[in-house]
Design a protein around this ligand. Sequence first.
Ligand code: NAP
Length: 262
Amino acid sequence: MHNAAFRALGLNWVYVPFPVRAERLGDAIRGFRAIGVRGVNVTVPHKRSAMEWVDLLGPEAEFIGAVNTLTFQSDGTVRGDNTDARGFLAALQEAEFPSVEGQQVVVLGAGGAARAVVAALAQAGAQPIVIANRTVEKAEQLAEELQARLGIKAMGIPLLEAAVQAVLHETVLLVNTTSAGMEGKPPLEFNPELLRPPLAVCDIIYTPPETELLRAAAARGCRTLNGVGMLVHQGAIAFELWTGIAPPVEIMREALLNALNP
Ligand code: NAP
């Protein structure tokens, strides 16, 4: 999607993959800076460790505890951002999802993506934020961090039907950030009877484009959104950080959809 954007704007830039071993990450980042690379995306397994080589952190990266975008600035410093949170919010806004300000939301999962999603929801004024996770201790820990560091009322609960049912009736938005339901993985165990409007349901998974959770939610009349918008927008925000140019979002989305469904 970045190369499609560069082509569309006539920019002589290129986006290429570099496989980097964990123990060479520092060398790679110093090397990129030395040869004048403008920026890189950082992915698994480097998202947390890359923070060590960053001079300045973007607004959400510190809370999320991971970066996905590095920008090599003209003064020689390295800026680290996590564009997933802003990407998620941009996708919700683009889909004209109801405002979450002052509203209860439920986030399923407490991994890396959940941290970005709760940071975004906190920024959008959602409150309280309920985090439901298979390993309940991780949900409780993330809820405590939200309260202590961002001053947001939050609660961790087990990802079990009775516990989720008890909170869902007062909830405007349910977001799945677990990897359950991703292509090649078993679907999320979730009773579809719990899904009913006005609850809106977002699943940040993008392959398949419609998870069982989203299919069940749509069949019961809930508004739904998959993870493609978040993926496009996190990339578009990185594009703008590197180039300083407004990203051609629709061209990026088309290239991404072509890559996901060749
Ligand atoms: P992660 O850090 O490994 O976290 C995985 C989460 O899924 C944990 O909370 C884990 O629970 C839970 N989980 C895994 N299998 C489960 C199951 N069978 N039932 C219930 N819970 C289960 O992964 P991540 O980086 O957060 O990524 C999660 C998903 O988000 C992936 O599908 C990824 O593709 C997607 N994602 C999308 C975007 C986007 O732009 N759309 C961006 C980032 C990530 P435990 O703690 O109990 O193990």
